[in-house]
Design a protein around this ligand. Structure first.
Ligand code: 2HA
Ligand code: ZN
Length: 272
């Protein structure tokens, strides 16, 4: 038995490969992190080496103390996760104060966790608190059509939410919480992590202008599915705009009717 026989590791490899095949992860673009359950941490224990040194996270994430995360590596290619996981990803553990992490498996040959580890852990912390621990995944992808729209639409979460909801009937059911937008910022540090975190309080989808998307969810499947749904909707919008724009669409009343039928709360904030 190896660590790769454990189900969460297999799921992680499948999702990274699916995301690569989608065209969302050129070169070393994008990163994915998964918070292990207690049972998964126990199952992985015999492969784990707790002896390594701690590194500061850059923000304090107290409610993640002693949690383990499977994370992609900095500068590593998502397309290579299925080729050799221990070279390209690893498991980290957060310390008792929620201020530092250490590598306890993988990331061999001096590799480090994703350059976006601060944004990931900040978002995990907020989602763990908000969902009573249900959310375990943060995924960052360079989704082509969503990025393209950040050059054309106003950088306003209400506009993005409404426009993308209109492009596919199931969108408001899949992301009723809408979308938050971070204006262009330098990636890879505490400042963009703080801005992303603020928006994660109310949204499962945060778009980084001219860069990509952050999605949060319960499982790897649901988070991938959310990313895929938003990006597909963005692709339809790019096509519609390229064909001269909407001639008819889903109305505010249609959305209210949809919310009632599917028993989801569609916020009036996004409707006329
Ligand atoms: O290259 O996606 O945001 C990794 C990234 C940084
Ligand atoms: Zn990126």
């Amino acid at each position: 038995m190896t660590i790769e026989d454990i189900k969460f590791v297999q799921n992680f490899k499948k999702i990274t490969n699916d995301a690569w095949l989608k065209g969302w992860h050129e070169r070393n673009g994008g990163n994915i992190t998964y918070r292990l359950t207690e049972e998964e941490a126990v199952a992985a224990k015999k492969f784990i080496n707790e002896g390594s040194a701690y590194t500061p996270i850059g923000v304090t994430v107290k409610n993640l103390a002693n949690d383990y995360f499977l994370v992609t590596g900095s500068g590593k290619f998502i397309r290579n996760m299925t080729v050799c996981l221990e070279e390209n990803a690893g498991i980290i553990k957060v310390d008792e104060k929620g201020e530092n992490y250490k590598i306890v498996w993988g990331l061999i040959n001096g590799a480090r966790p994703t350059s976006e580890i601060t944004s990931h852990l900040m978002s995990h912390s907020i989602k763990k608190e908000k969902t009573n621990g249900a959310y375990r995944v943060i995924m960052h992808s360079h989704t082509t059509n969503t990025i393209a729209l950040t050059f054309v639409l106003p950088l306003d979460g209400k506009v993005f939410t409404r426009q993308l909801w209109e492009m596919a009937t199931e969108c408001p059911v899949v992301f009723p919480g809408g979308i938050g937008i971070v204006p262009w910022m330098v990636p890879g540090g505490a400042a963009i992590a703080e801005e992303t975190g603020k928006l994660m309080n109310d949204h499962d989808v945060v778009i980084w202008a001219h860069h990509g998307m952050f999605c949060a969810g319960e499982s790897l499947d649901l988070t991938f599915g959310l990313m895929d749904t938003v990006e597909k909707s963005a692709e339809i919008l790019v096509k519609v705009l390229s064909m001269g724009g909407k001639k008819q669409t889903i109305t505010s009343q249609n959305f209210r009717d949809l919310g009632k039928a599917f028993k989801v709360h569609i916020s009036e904030d996004y409707l006329d």
